[in-house]
Design a protein around this ligand. Structure first.
Ligand SMILES: Nc1nc2c(ncn2[C@@H]2O[C@H](COP(=O)(O)OP(=O)(O)O)[C@@H](O)[C@H]2O)c(=O)[nH]1
Ligand SMILES: [Mg+2]
Ligand SMILES: [Zn+2]
Length: 348
């Protein structure tokens, strides 16, 4: 009998003892025969079924969540490394490779705060952020010198996103075995001048692979770039046991097909953790205002303050020092044109 029951019982007993109902004259008051006592209130104790319910052990407390590292995100499933075991889990909204998560058995409960993210807007809904990789130190922008031809335009876009993400860029030029002369790398000179590391490599011959591995030793990196430039082939060259699937570019109008359909993290023997991503066609810039863009083109730094108008966009304004510097060959024209192209693509 609980304390409440005892209180109730006392109340009833007193009630029965003292309560004197007003009885109309001539009518004999007949108090109820039912006697309320401890026994009548203890009926639960007598009911074996209810007793069984009461005696059932309480639900065990939830086991504490275990931390895990997301090493694969693909359509419909993701892979989490948890206490040395690879678990296949259901997708979790916004999850990216490199994320640290809390798991309840195989269920992802929470994404832990990220140190960095490389993001882009969802190609189908620009208001939605798509995180390409999380908690990375380095973004390796992979381009190929040929097949597909060198397209620095993607490098310019990536550099802006990388600076905003707080990570470090490395430009990796693959398929050097197809280059006929060093001069084919001339379009990359502006990046050298910006102090960005540019590594010429060939996944086919192994040239430069050791240097790339050395740069990435002990760090978390993501390989980003167009489809068919040889991202998966580079991983195979760095770690032959991986034997990742790669695809011939010639099959689909020389554009390359998405052979890699999920993002996956691989660990190298020197501690480099490298994320392979599916190729992308377009790389949009996440939450970048038009007025912020010129701040990411550091060739403009020395001239921007000299423009006639303080809010000069360096496009149509008279007295623009940036445009004058382009004309004088002090700012690489290709970089200025990249700036104008990106500015034109940003929402007003
Ligand atoms: N000649 C040459 N071909 C390469 C090299 N690296 C990759 N490829 C080829 O380029 C194609 C696309 O490679 P893949 O790794 O699938 O590109 P990804 O889409 O960026 O992952 C494949 O046919 C590879 O054999 C290289 O260094 N030299
Ligand atoms: Mg691939
Ligand atoms: Zn200007």
């Amino acid at each position: 009998m609980t304390r409440e029951d005892r209180k109730l019982l006392k109340h009833f007993q007193e009630h029965e003892r003292y309560w004197k109902p007003k009885t109309p004259k001539g009518v004999r008051y007949n108090p109820p025969r039912r006697r309320i006592d401890a026994h009548s209130l203890d009926w639960e104790e007598e009911d074996p079924e209810i007793r069984a319910v009461e005696k059932r052990p309480r639900r065990k407390p939830e086991p504490p969540s275990t931390p895990g590292l997301v090493i694969g995100v693909g359509p419909g499933a993701c892979t989490v490394l948890c206490r040395g075991e690879q678990l296949t889990c259901r997708p979790f909204p916004g999850l990216a490779v490199g994320d640290r998560v809390l798991l309840d058995r195989r269920k992802i409960e929470q994404i832990l705060p990220r140190s960095t993210t490389l993001s882009r807007p969802d190609p189908h809904n620009p208001r939605v952020e798509r995180v390409i990789a999380a908690n990375i130190d380095v973004v390796v922008i992979v381009v190929s010198v040929r097949a597909p031809e060198l397209r620095p335009g993607l490098i310019d876009r990536y550099l802006v996103a990388i600076e905003r993400s707080g990570t470090e860029p490395v430009v990796c030029v693959n398929k050097m075995d197809l280059a006929e002369s060093e001069s084919e790398l001339a379009p990359l000179d502006p990046y050298h001048s910006l102090g960005i590391v540019v590594v010429p490599v060939s996944a086919a011959t192994g040239e430069g692979i050791g240097e790339l591995l050395e740069i990435l030793a002990g760090r978390m990196a993501v390989l980003a770039g167009h489809s068919g430039v040889g991202k998966s082939s580079l991983l195979n060259a760095m770690c032959p046991e991986l034997s990742l699937e790669t695809r011939s570019v010639s099959e689909v109008h020389g554009k390359g097909r998405h052979t890699t359909t999920s993002s996956q993290l691989y660990e190298m023997s020197n501690g480099a953790r490298i994320i392979d991503t599916p190729g992308i066609r377009e790389f949009g810039l996440w939450q970048l205002g038009r007025e912020e863009l010129h701040g990411h083109f550091h060739e403009f730094d020395a001239w921007g303050g000299e423009c006639r108008f303080a809010d000069c966009t360096h496009t149509h304004e008279p007295g623009c020092a940036v445009k004058q510097a382009v004309e004088a060959g002090q700012i690489p024209r290709a970089r200025y044109e990249a700036y104008c192209r990106i500015l034109g693509s940003l929402l007003g």
